[in-house]
Design a protein around this ligand. Structure first.
Ligand SMILES: Nc1ncnc2c1ncn2[C@@H]1O[C@H](COP(=O)(O)OP(=O)(O)OP(=O)(O)O)[C@@H](O)[C@H]1O
Ligand SMILES: [Mg+2]
Length: 226
């Protein structure tokens, strides 16, 4: 299965979600996973380098690719259970190539006006790629959401705005939590550092719903590598 984590806005949490998905599938589902880093910043590649210095962290493979990567992705998808593609914050050939091949697209967005302003263009991209990839299941994922109850209206407004477009808006949101920053510093994931925390539960709920994971009972295996 090919899962794209992409979008147009910088810093929305694309690499973070790609890394946490890859780690969850590896650690809790025992799946073979390849991360494809298409961003010249190499955020996920740097994360894997850090991860490789921790002998306790299960290995995750990574390649860096760009340009027309459709055929390469198809090749990798026959070798790995999951290919997780981390695309940079631009409308690149790699992003469109992946959208035209992927099974699932997760499109993270903060509940902020500048992120939401990218909706029309993302909607156009998804729509045109669906003409060649009818099976693409694309979802907007609201991320870095404030937890304070008095900020709930902000989240509701963002959901209503996203609902105006054809892309499905996931009912599962990810809240702003320090464990994301803390875990990535050591090449680990949220699930490995705080397996019983709220952030881990939110990630599991999101991935369980949007990425079809065959052995879902293995979510009960709680392991800590921190
Ligand atoms: N839910 C969250 N709560 C708190 N911090 C988060 C959350 N998600 C991501 N972050 C933080 O936001 C920052 C940017 O995340 P990340 O690098 O994943 O974004 P990106 O969309 O890949 O950025 P770019 O467009 O530069 O590739 C990181 O410091 C990450 O730890
Ligand atoms: Mg990134």
């Amino acid at each position: 299965m090919i899962v794209l984590v992409g979008g147009e806005k910088g810093g929305s949490g694309k690499s973070c979600i790609a890394q946490n998905l890859a780690a969850l599938l590896t650690v809790e589902d025992n799946a073979s996973v390849l991360i494809v880093d298409c961003d010249s910043q190499g955020t996920s590649a740097d994360w894997i380098k850090l991860r490789n210095t921790n002998p306790k962290a299960p290995t995750i493979d990574l390649v860096q690719l760009n340009g027309k990567i459709r055929n390469q992705l198809l090749g990798y998808s026959s070798q790995y259970d999951y290919v997780v593609v981390d695309c940079g914050a631009q409308d690149t050939m790699a992003l469109r190539s992946t959208l035209s091949t992927a099974n699932v697209a997760l499109l993270p967005m903060r509940p902020k006006r500048r992120d939401l302003k990218t909706l029309p263009h993302i909607d156009e991209m998804v729509h045109s790629c669906k003409l060649v990839n009818h099976h693409l299941s694309a979802h907007i994922v609201l991320t870095q959401c404030p937890s304070q109850p008095n900020q709930q209206s902000r989240l509701n407004e963002a959901k209503s705005m996203a609902d105006l477009y054809d892309i499905e808006v996931s009912e599962h949101v990810l809240h702003e939590r320090h464990i994301y920053d803390d875990s990535e510093e050591s090449g680990l994931s949220v699930i490995e550092c705080e397996p019983k925390g709220k952030a881990a539960d939110e990630l599991r709920a999101l991935f369980k719903d949007l990425v079809q994971i065959p052995k879902q009972e293995s979510f009960d295996n709680v392991v800590s590598f921190a």
